[in-house]
Design a protein around this ligand. Structure first.
Ligand code: ADP
Ligand code: ZN
Length: 517
């Protein structure tokens, strides 16, 4: 019998591979560099742990979180695989012992932080230790285009330079195509074989719901799902506590979770949730790393996530057991202000900032897309969805109607031109809706209002969004995106193009609060 099947059963207790695993293992065993993109839960660890056993010698795994390293090492040891970690939490004595055991060839899989991996001392240590394979986990951290850029990952290319003959496998759960390319370049992978698994989570449904006065609707949902466990993500620490308290008052078993709570309280709440004593956890994004509760039935966002990668990862915690899961996002365009604040505060580098704004823009596009949410998500990750509609998102459940929107589109284009192609969507929508705001008056744009259509500002916003998406107008992107007309705009004004637009739905207005740009 092929040795890999033998080890699969002997050390891991499985009789077959999950999708892509076998092909990945084969490529690694053939000595190739590999880039593996697989959804969370797809079974990435096995893709380097099994080759580590077949190769013998030492496999070095670079991993960003000490807590995750410990879990992995414990898991491997429980399966009879000699594993260890060298990290900053070890004392000098302990570290010396592990170094000796490594040199004696008694460790098969070694987990280290990226900082450690690039230290000259560490590199000479593993050079003496017969290193056969290097695995880079969470490889998207190497790319500014990833959602979790860690500058120290950039230095990992020294591994390829120092060990050119040792195959490298880079693994990640979320990598848009630009990130995949970046990973290969930054790690200096040599002609890597790529494996990209599907991102489609068939058992999850996706919904975007207007945020204005959302609390009663949240309560209604929870009342309809009394026995379900779920996570409600909020933007701020305070919001998680306020919401948990409000829900408790309504009789729901909800607890808050955020990084500002004392360690003991946090652990207690997390365990109560895992055990099922508290069905609902109101959390910041600090909650989730390493959470392995399989029966999470819903993930609700009361505030806009900063990008689609985060949203996909957070909603991905629903339905791990394969049973249905609901992903609900309460959306208001007004939340963009909080994201902008975050970006300004967190990004130091101009490129990083620009990327963060583009990603936030894509998040808005997701919320405002007239089409299938699933198709949109998958397209973002570079995956084509075969059908026009998935049947399991709000857009597919109540499909939108399309009408001849040429007249409205012409008004939008005229407004963009008459205001000098200097303003963003919110402002243009204000003018179109006949706003009498101070800014509109001061700019002398009050008289331009396209009265007579009867559309609200939010409806104009949706039209604008759709027109940008369909290329009838353009948006400059960047921090303060400005709308501009283009060649197709001119054709519309000349009456040479018909513009199909999505019919506004009376209750389906997704942007119900004033934006602040
Ligand atoms: P990832 O790192 O991609 O999120 P893991 O490596 O943690 O995924 O694996 C996810 C789950 O799948 C784990 O519970 C693991 O034990 C299980 N698993 C991995 N490979 C197999 C397999 N070949 N057959 C069955 N279960 C598997
Ligand atoms: Zn759909």
């Amino acid at each position: 019998m092929d040795v890999k099947y033998h080890y699969l059963e002997k050390y891991f207790g499985y009789t077959s591979f999950l999708p892509h695993q076998e092909a990945i293992v084969d490529a690694v065993l053939a000595g190739r560099d590999v880039l593996a993109v697989m959804a969370t839960g797809g079974g990435k660890s096995l893709c380097y742990q099994l080759p580590a056993l077949v190769f013998g010698g030492l496999t070095v795994v670079v991993s960003p979180l000490i807590a995750l390293m410990k879990d992995q090492v414990d898991g491997l040891r429980a399966n009879g695989i000699p594993a260890a970690t060298i990290n900053s939490s070890l004392g000098r004595g302990e570290q010396k012992i592990i170094e000796r055991v490594i040199l004696e060839g008694r460790i098969r899989v070694l987990y280290v932080s990226p900082e450690r991996a690039v230290q000259p001392f560490f590199r000479s240590l593993i050079a003496k230790a017969d290193v056969r394979l290097i695995a880079i986990d969470e490889a998207h951290c190497i790319s500014m285009w990833g959602h979790n850029f860690r500058p120290e990952y950039r230095r990992l290319r020294v591994l390829k330079e120092r060990f050119p003959a040792v195959p490298i496998i880079a693994l990640t759960a979320t990598a848009i195509p630009a990130v995949q390319d970046d990973i290969a370049v930054q790690l200096a992978l040599s002609n890597p074989t790529r494996f990209v698994g599907s991102f489609n989570r068939k058992n999850l449904t996706y919904r975007v719901v207007p945020k204005a006065r959302y609390f009663p609707r949240l309560v209604a949902y929870l009342t309809e799902h009394p026995n379900d466990a779920g996570i409600i993500y909020c933007f701020s620490q305070k919001a998680t506590e306020d919401l948990a308290e409000k829900l408790q008052k309504k009789g729901f078993p909800a607890l808050p979770y955020h990084a500002g709570l004392p360690d003991a309280v946090r652990t207690e709440h997390q365990e109560a949730f895992s055990r099922g004593d508290a069905a609902i956890i109101c959390a910041t994004v600090a909650f989730g790393m390493g959470i392995d509760k399989p029966d999470v039935r819903f993930v609700i966002h009361t505030d806009l996530p900063k990008d689609i990668e985060s949203y996909y990862q957070e909603t991905g915690r629903a339905g791990r057991d394969g049973e249905p899961g609901d992903c609900i996002l309460f959306y208001s365009r007004g939340d963009y202000g909080a994201i902008r604040y975050l970006i300004e505060k967190e990004s130091t580098d101009a490129t990083q900032k620009d990327i963060a704004y583009r990603k936030a823009g894509a998040m808005l596009d997701y919320c405002e897309t007239p089409g299938c949410r699933r198709k949109f998500l998958l397209a973002y990750f570079g995956e084509a969805y075969p059908d026009e509609r998935c049947g399991a998102c709000d857009r597919c459940e109540t499909p939108v109607k399309v009408f001849d929107g040429t007249e409205a589109a012409s008004a939008v284009i005229a407004c963009i031109r008459e205001t000098g192609e200097r303003f963003g969507a919110s402002y243009v929508a204000d003018v179109l809706a006949g706003s009498t705001s101070a800014r509109v008056r001061e700019n002398g744009h009050g008289r331009l209002a396209a009265h007579g259509f009867g559309y609200t500002r939010d409806q104009w916003l949706l039209f604008i969004q759709e027109m940008v998406g369909k290329g009838f107008i353009a948006s400059t992107g960047g921090r303060y995106p400005v709308l501009v007309s283009n060649g197709r705009s001119r054709e519309v004004l000349a009456g040479a193009l018909v513009v199909p637009l999505t019919e506004p739905r009376p209750e389906g207005v997704v942007a119900s609060e004033p934006a602040d740009d």
